[in-house]
Ligand binder design. Structure first.
Ligand code: 2AM
Length: 195
């Protein structure tokens, strides 16, 4: 689509495990009450996900091949649970806030997907270990053009007990990330339901 792509028709892509609507609703409700520091910008409700593979800028042919691979991906639904929020990075001034989502099944999904993408010549695995998490807020940067995150005075409290109950991630989606002034918007390009 015109105007939606970067240089040379490239799109910024990633594959994610979607969270069930009820969990997105509960995280959004928690965020409305807890993400009150003006330096924090809460993620949009529909943007809440666990990234399985970050693909970066890709041209149309690669994007089509990745979409086909995602549509043909077969795997069981992955149980996961959320933990209390942690500022990231852990050292230095934080630029984001994430909920860790420890889950061997999600790590298996990541591995299975990465193996298929690598076999198709579409992905170079990351050197760092896979760490499943849901980013719930970004920290605004200081002034125009500045990259340094603002200082956050009031970090949110812990998650309510109900949000720490295990649940299933049931859908894998290829997203295009569109950078916008109000924060990135993620457009679904291909999806597969897990069994
Ligand atoms: P984050 O939530 O930890 O920031 C869209 O930007 C998604 O891709 C986000 O979930 C983001 O992770 C992830 N992402 C962005 N840049 C990345 C990178 N260089 N390596 C791995 N994941 C990245």
């Amino acid at each position: 689509m015109e105007g939606r792509e970067g240089k040379g028709g490239r799109q910024r892509l990633f594959v994610a495990l979607d969270l069930p609507d009820a969990i997105r609703d509960d995280i959004a409700a928690w965020g409305e009450a807890e993400l009150i520091d003006p330096a924090l910008r809460a993620a949009r409700r529909e943007s809440l996900h666990v990234t399985l593979a970050f693909l970066g800028g890709r041209g149309p042919d690669e994007a089509a091949a990745i979409a086909a691979l995602v549509r043909g991906f077969e795997a069981p639904g992955a149980p996961l649970r959320l933990e209390d929020p942690v500022p990231l990075p852990r050292r230095g001034r934080p630029s984001a806030l994430a909920l860790p989502a420890p889950s061997p099944a999600t790590a298996d999904l990541h591995r299975g997907l990465a193996e298929r993408l690598v076999a198709a010549g579409l992905y170079e695995p990351e050197k760092r270990d896979f760490w499943p998490h849901v980013t719930v807020a970004r920290v605004r940067t200081e002034g125009r053009g500045a990259r340094r995150p603002e200082a956050v005075a009031r970090w949110p409290g812990d998650l309510p007990k109900a949000l720490k109950e295990p649940f299933y991630g049931v859908r894998v989606t290829l997203y295009r990330s569109e950078l916008q002034p109000g924060g990135a918007r993620y457009v679904p390009l291909a999806q597969v339901e897990l069994s």
